[in-house]
Structure formats: C-alpha cells, structure tokens
Design a protein around this ligand. Structure first.
Ligand SMILES: [Zn+2]
Length: 214
C-alpha cells in the first residue's frame, strides 16, 4: 500500500477556541489526577455540539430533521475538493462558486476563504466571517453536491443564518463547519469527517482529515 499523506483539518478543542455567541463555554478539565494522588487521569468535557470542526444534521434547523447518528457514512467519507475563494470575497454566491470552477459531479467541496485569518484572532468570535448566500446554497444543491465544508463556524453569514442552512438541510446535504484549512493547498483529496454517535443530537464535533495518496 502506498504511504498516505494525512492532513488534520480539525480545530483544536480547548477553552481558547472561538465559540458562537450565546453557546455554552468549552470546558475540558481533569477530574481525576495522578499528580493529585489518583490512580488514573480522567478528564471531562462540557460544551455545545457546534464547536470547532463539527457536522450539522438536518435537525439543527428542521423540526423533524434527521439526527446526527443517522447521517450517511458514505457521504462523510470520500473524494473531496478544496476550492480556493479569493480573499476579497465576503459572501460565497452562486457566481463566486461558478468562477471558482466547481466541477460537475463534485460530491464534497470545502471552501478555503479569508476566514483563515479570522481563526488567528481566537478566542474572540468574528461575526464578519465569509459564508454562503442563499443562491450559493441553491447552486450547490442543484449541482448535486452532498457535503459542503466551510472554514469558520457556520456555512451561512452571521446575519443570515437560517435561509442557507434550510436550503442545504432540506436537500439532505451534510454540513461540515469550522474546518481549519490554513496549511492546505487547494485541490483534490479524500475526506474523512466522523461525528460522534450522539443519540438525538442535531450536530457533533468531529475529527476531520484530508488524505492524499503518495
Ligand atoms: Zn453547526
């Protein structure tokens, strides 16, 4: 087997990560410590499920939508393209996607935008992040895309969150939010992003990787 190159595109989970305004804070704490005399180290976490690199299930915006435990693993793993969006673009519209050259038949696309600069301002949450417009969302649905990834905490702009989410989730696309693409060269990869098997949740953090065959 050829040696596979693996790129980690997951944002580190810690109290220092930016969190959506109003969401619970991220706590990672050692509740049993060998340093303090315990036989083992044990940590606990407390957080919302839409932190860092995470997956949205339809239930996030649709009352009777699919739960995260039922998302199709065949969509969460497979060929993906990382598409670069020029740094002067503040909204990913259908026109922007057309110009970026999304190939017909693409099933998974991750957008690399100027959001990469916004991660550097952590832990402050940045409201001016680049998201996808309703017509951009509809364009991706019409193209037959099955998974859309974005490099900040929501696929949709801060001031228009609902409409793009609804367009995507009604069409059963899986949304991968908060991918960390700073070191990733645009191009073709194999994506693997597996949410935790949380029962009845509308989302989950995941470990996301891009693989390339050497
Ligand atoms: Zn989310």
């Amino acid at each position: 087997m050829n040696k596979m190159k693996i790129h980690d595109i997951s944002y580190p989970i810690s109290p220092n990560m930016p969190v959506w305004p109003g969401d619970p804070p991220v706590v990672v704490e050692r509740v049993s410590s060998m340093e303090a005399g315990a036989g083992v180290n044990i940590s606990r976490i407390s957080c919302g499920v839409h932190i860092g690199t995470h997956v949205d299930a339809p239930l996030h915006f649709l009352r009777d939508g699919e739960r995260v435990q039922n998302l199709d693993l065949h969509i969460l793993v497979g060929d993906a393209v990382v598409l670069e969006i020029p740094s002067d673009v503040s909204l990913i519209t259908a026109e922007v996607i057309r110009k970026a050259g999304l190939a017909a038949g693409t099933e998974r696309v991750l957008f690399k935008t100027s959001n990469q600069e916004r991660w550097k301002l952590a832990p402050e949450f940045q409201t001016d992040f680049v998201g996808i417009s309703p017509d951009g969302a509809q364009y991706l649905v019409d193209m037959g895309v099955k998974l859309v990834g974005v490099d900040y905490l929501s696929v949709a702009p801060f001031n228009n969150s609902r409409e793009p989410h609804e367009i995507f989730l009604k069409a059963h696309l899986i949304l991968l939010e908060g991918v960390y693409l700073n070191k990733i060269t645009p191009g073709n990869y194999m994506l693997c992003c597996l949410p935790l098997k949380l029962i009845d949740s509308e989302g989950s953090p995941c470990r996301a990787i891009l693989m390339e065959l050497g």
